[in-house]
Every structure is written in C-alpha cells, then in structure tokens.
Design a protein around this ligand. Structure first.
Ligand SMILES: Nc1ncnc2c1ncn2[C@@H]1O[C@H](COP(=O)(O)OP(=O)(O)OP(=O)(O)O)[C@@H](O)[C@H]1O
Length: 473
C-alpha cells in the first residue's frame, strides 16, 4: 500500500496483539482504507462500539518506576516500550519515578486511588513487593481490619497490579505471564487481563512481618539470600556465588513445623498438570470464595474448618513454602511445578538432613522435568497455614533468642553438625520473596486471591501459533 493511500482521510489503522514464540506478545498494526465514505464511517463506528464494550480495560493508571532496579533501565523501558502503547490505547498514566526505597509503598498508603483502574510498577520483584504491601495495607486500613492479627480475614484488593519487568529478578512476572518482556506485560495491561493471586501473611506472635506471593524459604534459600546481600557489589552474579558457598557449607537446622492441610483444594503437589491460563482448580477456588463472601454478606459468619494440626520435628536442609510454582528462567518448572496461583494453598516442602550429593541431586531436579519430590529425604504437603519453631527457641522458650537471628547468649553454642568448623549456625533466616526476616519463629497463612494482577496466567503453548485469534485495541 502506498503512503498517499494511507494518508487519505478515509483510512484508519487498527492495532492488535499477536502471539509470537514463548509467551511473547507483540503489537502489530494494519491500515484499512476505502473509497466509500459511508462504509468507512460504518466501520469506524463498529470499532468504536466494540471498544466501548471492553469495560474491563483500564483507562487511568498510576505508574511507579524504580530508576535503580536491575540494570537501571526502568525509565528508559517505560518511555520507549510502554508509554507509546499506553498512549495508543488511550490510557492516561500518572507516572511517579521513585526517589527512595519504599517510596511507592508509602505513597500508596495515602494516595487518592479513586480515579485509577490499576497500579503499575516498573522494576523487579522488590518493587512489586512494595506496591503489593502498599495496596494490601491500605485496603486493610480503609476497611478497618487489623493486619497484625494473624487470624484476621483480610479484605481483598480490587485494584489490579501490572508489572513491567525491569529488575534483576522478575520472577513474579515470569510466573504469571510466562516471560519477562516489557512489551508483553504492557499489552496484558492494555487488554485488561485479570489474574487473581494468593498472598501469604507472615507473623511473629501478634505482629505482622510481611506478605509473600512466591517463596518463603528457611535454611538453604535463607542462607543464599543472606550471603548474596553481603556481596551486592557483584550484581546478579551474587546469587550464584552465594548459592555455591551455601551448598558447600551444607548446614542443616533443627526445629518443628506444624501445619494444617488444605483439604478442600482439588489438586495435589505431585500432580502432573500445571496451573495454566483459566485453570480449573483456581476457578473452583474463586467459586468457593464468592460463596463464602455471599454468606457473609447475608449476615451469617463463615466458620473456617478447624482441621487438625500436623507437627513434624527434625533437622532440615531447607523448609520452603511456595504459593506459586516459582518458575523462573533458571528453573522453568519451579520449586513446585504443580502449585497454583490462586487456589488458596501453599506447598510446604521439607528437605531433611541429607548428604551433599543427595542435596545436589535435589537441586538439579529443579531444572529437569522429573518429579521434584521423589527423594526419601523430601516431603511435600499442600497447606493453608504453617508455623515454624526453631529448636533453640523451643528449648529456651525465650523470645530474646529470636531477635537478631541468634542472641548473644547463643554465640558460644557450637553447631553439633560442624564440630570441626566451629560455626555457630544454630538458626538460619527466612527468605521472604527475596527479603530477609528478622524473626525465625514465624507463622504463615494463605489468603486466597487477595490481589489481582494484569495477567492471565501462563497460556497453553498450543495457542502460540500464527492462526490464533488476535485482540484489537
Ligand atoms: N528510588 C529508589 N532508590 C533506591 N531504592 C529503591 C528506589 N525505588 C525502589 N527502590 C528499592 O529497590 C529495591 C530493588 O528494586 P527492584 O526489585 O526494582 O530491582 P531488582 O534489581 O530486581 O532488585 P532485587 O533483585 O534486589 O530485588 C526494591 O526493594 C525497592 O524498594
């Protein structure tokens, strides 16, 4: 088509989404022109009416950009790849470039959110966590819910969160979209996709500590994080260096884990099927949740089933609670491949004391398609909550042992597993979505579908061919 034809007044351009390989989406456009003026206006009207019906698509967004996340390209990524698409889709965005850590979180506590259809963060998992905390805490404040109470029923957030990946770790984006690609994420936002997500609250006694949506890990993953924080100057390589060191030190930690199984959920951690877009199991949980809310709206109180607690004591290399598969580019199936994004449960994985070789075999499984849990020293349970008490906390029944990881009192205590090295690793620390917690004796509870993302879960690979239907915007 020649340029002068496109420039004719009776021409219009339609932008649409095309799926390309590996969950990547691209914006394409096609220009139509016609010589019949009446027909031209009929077409325009038809498109206009069609777009008007898409009420789930956002019109006003609040965008936070972390200019220091990842390779410090957040602003550039937003300006070059995202803003032009938002503007083409008629989205108005109020942009805030953060000036300090927790700027976005604190801003969300008091911001006037009424005019927005969603909040977008441009950055990595740390930036997403800020926005998540800001929105959840704000929601509880607005609805008078005490989030320090571990058994409080939290209010769900209706505002959707969009993630434009621009960090060094973009695991949440990867696990909910299938790829960390800014243009793909922007297109999911424009189309108004909605993916509910479970959130775990973490408490120490009656004090709220943090929310987690991916990994709450003690032992190996806690130690890797602790080591990597000391070597931030190494950039993303710090995780490899620390992972290698932690593997060599081979610590195990004693304590007891108590949990209540998630009996009502349909799946199990050892299922062969994974959570994909439109997942049946997550939809069933949505239905149950809606029914519960309706019962409550009618004035009757919803009573949670008081299931029995199971307690497991022992020495653990790792205790991991994951509320999604935790798939990432390094481990495409994740720590628990059959975990669901929105079924109201978490998979509790206990790796008991084992040899270095066995632990290595377990780690290698994260990168293969074989059953991750098929080892005699690995156990997995689908749970709705759990509590952990480190051995030394139990023995001394004294909360001072938990502050600052290990009280000075314990400094001389030599780890019984490492008499030769003389280390004093009695406790590990918790890695909560990439951030450390100061307390070790914690309790965690899953809140079904507490938040929503501008995403649709990982699409079935079969959709990704050229013949699939595209979406217009
Ligand atoms: N303007 C700012 N200055 C300093 N820190 C900031 C700023 N804005 C956000 N942060 C903090 O930076 C941290 C890391 O950000 P982000 O997750 O975007 O990048 P990242 O490279 O993936 O980092 P990490 O891998 O350490 O999570 C977040 O915890 C966030 O609170």
């Amino acid at each position: 088509m020649k340029w002068q034809h496109i420039c004719k007044p009776r021409a219009f351009t339609v932008r649409y989404v095309q799926r390309v390989r590996k969950h990547r989406w691209r914006c394409k456009e096609v220009t139509f022109w016609c010589s019949d003026e009446q027909l031209f206006y009929q077409w325009l009207q038809a498109f206009h009416d069609l777009l008007e019906q898409q009420t789930h698509r956002p019109k006003n967004l609040l965008v936070y950009i972390n200019p220091y996340g990842g390779k410090k390209r957040g602003k550039q990524i937003y300006e070059n790849k995202v803003a032009p698409l938002f503007s083409a889709a008629g989205i108005c965005a109020d942009v805030i470039v953060t000036e300090y850590a927790n700027h976005a979180r604190d801003h969300l506590y008091d911001a006037n959110l009424e005019k927005y259809d969603g909040v977008v963060c441009v950055g990595g998992d740390g930036m997403f966590s800020e926005v998540l905390h800001g929105l959840i805490v704000r929601m509880q404040k607005d609805s008078d819910v005490d989030h320090n109470n571990p058994s409080a029923q939290l209010s769900r957030c209706n505002m959707r969160i969009g993630i434009i990946p621009a960090g060094s770790t973009d695991c949440i984006c990867y696990a909910t979209v299938g790829i960390n690609d800014p243009e793909t994420s922007a297109l999911h936002i424009i189309l108004g996709d909605c993916q509910p997500l479970d959130v775990c609250s973490v408490h120490y006694k009656r004090t709220f500590l943090k929310y987690s949506v991916s990994l709450l890990g003690y032992g190996f993953y806690g130690d890797v994080l602790k080591g990597s924080e000391k070597n931030r100057w190494l950039g993303p390589a710090r995780y490899d260096v620390s992972g290698f060191k932690t593997f060599l030190t081979h610590h195990c930690y004693e304590g007891s884990v108590s949990f209540q199984p998630a009996k009502w959920v349909l799946g199990s951690p050892r299922d062969q099927t994974t959570c994909t877009s439109g997942c049946y199991i997550c939809r069933q949980s949505s239905k149950q949740l809606d029914e519960q809310e309706q019962t409550q709206a009618c004035g009757s109180e919803h009573r949670e089933q008081d299931d029995d607690w199971t307690t497991i004591k022992g020495r653990f290399m790792a205790i991991n609670a994951v509320s999604m598969s935790c798939a990432c580019p390094r481990s495409p199936n994740g720590l628990s491949p059959a975990a669901h994004l929105a079924d109201g449960s978490a998979d509790l994985i206990l790796v008991r004391k084992c040899s270095r070789l066995d632990f290595l075999r377990h780690l290698i499984r994260h990168t293969s398609n074989k059953d991750q849990f098929d080892f005699p020293f690995v156990e997995v349970y689908r749970v709705k909550n759990f509590q952990f008490t480190p051995k030394h906390f139990e023995d001394e029944d004294n909360e001072s042992t938990d502050i600052g990881i290990l009280g000075k009192k314990n400094f001389s205590q030599i780890c019984t597993d490492h008499p030769s090295c003389g280390c004093n690793h009695v406790n590990s620390i918790w890695n909560c979505d990439g951030e450390t917690l100061d307390q070790t004796a914690i309790e965690m509870r899953v809140h079904c579908q507490l938040i929503k993302l501008f995403a649709r879960g990982i699409e079935n690979a079969k959709l990704e061919d050229d013949v699939n239907p595209s979406k217009v915007f």
